[in-house]
Design a protein around this ligand. Structure first.
Ligand code: KG4
Ligand code: ZN
Length: 358
């Protein structure tokens, strides 16, 4: 296989798999020259989750200005670009189509190679992009609103799926619990900020017991347990007050959240973290890895980061601020490793909602 001269290789990354339109320019696979993310939170927030039709429409509106800004901020012209890497799946099909169609059009017009990137692989690169000391085989936990997956990363570009959620993703559980209790969307950051105000030992949630693959996850039981907890506690007034709440600061939420709810949120967060770390640690043992990469939106969770720091014998790596949630720098970085291996896509590339990594 031909290995190209990789000096000064600039890749434009495009990401539109869910509710963020993003573009970034990354040089040599590790220097982020620009990373622009247009979030649709304001649009989906009032519905308590992403509305696919609205997401596609917003991507269509945002894609051209977002790419333009990424080029301007990187101080780059199309002539300086070596390839375009785009998320081809998994994700919402209407959203993916916007990014993929745009990327194809640009590649055709500018005679650039097209690179198809799996969104989950992108998340893994959100950690690799800044940490060249990761030792392989490494264990990767990709944990977001759409995924909770454990992979063995044998080397960059070689993955083996070890376990995944059988129902809800961890971020989805955060979002559903938040919605149930009258907090806005996305729920993860809100619950994360409020959890330190509660007692994590107050509510006992039963850990999920998995038949078959012990490295699989399940979060739907936890979500149902929170629903039951809500029905047993008379907090409808509190929930309504939160639905009307316009002050979305921690202080604002604390004004409309009782101690019992705070204890429950702390216990919920503690349970999710335990479930994630317990399996990550045993998976790392199983494959003999001492580097553990945690990526995806839930990797921003402060409780998860603290708990990982206290876990002995493993080196944990997290994405830095702005790289945990969906972005295009991670897509460009993943694209760079494919560029180096000569893995290009043809113009017949079709996005796939259920694209799998391994
Ligand atoms: O990676 P991402 O931006 O999109 C997907 O690919 O899903 O992740 C978004 C998810 C949402 O479910 C959000 O609630 C969750 O990540 N999230 C968090 C935190 N920040 C974002 N969950 C827990 N704690 C956080 N601090
Ligand atoms: Zn994601």
């Amino acid at each position: 296989m031909e290995i190209r001269n990789l000096r000064q290789t600039a890749i434009l990354g495009i990401e539109s798999s869910c509710d963020e339109t993003a573009a970034a320019v990354v040089a040599d696979g590790c220097k982020i020259l620009s990373s622009v993310v247009a979030s649709q939170l304001d649009i989906h927030g009032e519905y308590g989750g992403v509305v696919p039709e609205l997401a596609s429409r917003e991507h269509l509106r945002a894609i051209v200005p977002v790419v333009r800004r990424a080029l301007v901020e990187a101080n780059m012209s199309w002539d300086g670009m070596n390839a375009v890497a785009v998320t081809a799946g998994p994700g919402l099909i209407g959203s993916l189509l916007v990014g993929v169609t745009f990327a194809k059009a640009v590649c055709l017009a500018r005679d650039l190679p097209l690179i198809a990137v799996n969104h989950v692989e992108g998340h893994i690169h959100s950690v690799l992009i800044e940490n060249s000391d990761v030792r392989f085989p490494a264990l990767a936990l990709v944990v977001s609103g759409g995924h909770t997956h454990l992979f063995e990363v044998r080397d960059v570009g070689t993955y083996r799926l070890l376990g995944k959620t059988r129902d809800d993703a961890a971020g989805e559980a955060y979002d559903k619990v938040a919605k149930l209790l009258g907090f806005g969307y996305p729920g993860g950051p809100i619950i994360d900020k409020l959890a330190p105000f509660g007692n994590p030992n107050r509510v006992r949630f039963t850990p999920a017991k998995m038949k078959g693959n012990a490295l699989d996850f399940s979060f739907s039981g936890l979500k149902t347990a929170v629903l039951r907890w809500k029905e047993e506690h008379h907090i409808n007034g509190e929930i309504e007050a939160r639905r009307q709440n316009s002050d979305r600061s921690v202080e604002g939420w604390l004004k409309v959240t009782g101690l019992e709810t705070l204890d429950m949120l702390a216990s919920f967060q503690r349970t999710v973290i335990d479930e994630l770390l317990r399996r990550a640690v045993s998976a790392a043992e199983e494959i003999g890895a001492d580097s553990v990469l945690i990526a995806g939106g839930v990797a921003s969770n402060s409780g998860l980061r603290r708990a990982a720091e206290q876990t002995r014998g493993l080196q944990f790596y997290f994405p830095s601020q702005g790289l945990a949630t969906d972005n295009a720098a991670m897509i460009a970085a993943a694209g760079f490793s494919k560029f180096a291996r000569g893995e290009f896509a043809g113009f017949e590339l079709k996005p796939q909602a259920g694209l799998v990594l391994a």
